[in-house]
Write a protein of this length. Sequence first.
Length: 161
Amino acid sequence: MTTEQQRTEDRELATEPVAYWTGIAHQEILAFIRARQAEAGFTQPQYWILRFLSPHDLAADDRGTTLPELTDTTKSYRQAEDDLAADAEILLERGWITREPDGRLRITGAGDRARTELKARAPAWRAHIHAGIDDADYATTVRVLQRMLRNVRGEEDGSER
C-alpha cells in the first residue's frame, strides 16, 4: 500500500462510527471468550464467582461473600442473561463452593483448583484476540477509548480543548 493509499484509508476509517465498532467488538470478543470458557466447562459468571471468592485471586480474604454482594460487584459487566444465583447453585453441586449458615459463599480447594486451571487458559485466549496487534497499537487504542469516555462524560484531563 502506498503512503497516499494509507492516508485515504485512514481518512475513511476516521469517519467510521465508534459506537458501532466498539459494540461489535464487545459482542464478538465476549462471545469468543464465553465459548472458550464453555469448552472448559464453565460459564463466565461461574468463573467470576470463583475469582471473587478466592483469596488467591480477587478476594481480599477468605471470609467469603454473599450472593447479593457478588451481584453488586459484577453489575457493571454482567449480561442480561447472566444468573449468578443459578451459577452459584451449580458450583455448590460441584463442590467448588460452600454456603455457610449466614449465607456467605466460600470457595473450596477443588473450586480454587478449577479456577486456577481456567485462569491458566486466559493467556492463550488473549494471544488469539491480540494476534497481529502490537502492544503499542493496543495501548494507543485503549488510550483513545479512555479519552472518548472522558469526552462523553464531560471530564477534564488538564489538556487544552
